[in-house]
Design a protein around this ligand. Sequence first.
Ligand SMILES: [Zn+2]
Ligand SMILES: [Zn+2]
Length: 227
Amino acid sequence: FQSRSIGSSNEDTSTMLLSVIDDEDERYRGCEPLRLSCPSCTNTFECPAVSSLIASLSDPNEGKDATVNFWRRMRCPRCPDDTDECRVSPAVLANQIKRQADNFINRYYKGLLMCDDEGCKYSTHIVNLRVMGDSERGTICPNYPQCNGRLVRQYTEADLYRQLSYFCYVLDATRCLDKLDQKMRLPFEKEFAVLNQTISSAFLEIQRIRDRCAFGWVQLTDLAVSI
Ligand SMILES: [Zn+2]
Ligand SMILES: [Zn+2]
């Protein structure tokens, strides 16, 4: 394995930086992205995780094709540069992430139930069921005895928790930086310190929502996500 030992330190660094981002991407696969809407033109765009800033800061070609990382300017990518109204302020960011978290929480509470028997296709909303009973293990399908299936949640508490954890991850600048070792962290520290101040209120808000949800649930033991 000659090639392994020859690899330049530069390559090692970028591999390491990429791995920081990749394993999180894997963990939150299937989560919906954080979507921000521009206060000026109301266009929506996907907000990348703060960890994407690390890759962007270490890429000398960044910005040449007009796709500057969102976190460097925190403004709508479609509005012209000379307008200030399209800036995503700390308050706007906190409001929008809270609203989206609320939507996911509503989706959970209005939960769509579907029969787990593929041939049955019965579905209903939890609010339509008089007695919800033990929803986690599934209520017996109303088509019984023709169907032996059980009604199970389409959107589970694990889904919700993972989604809210993903939003936390998107804004968690401290944790992102902590994953780099001391030496590699250095070039990013200043930028992240500034960023941290800007996004801290939104981050604390989404963390609070996530933790409150977790607290409300009895069964958190079978979660796929470890914190
Ligand atoms: Zn805009
Ligand atoms: Zn059924």
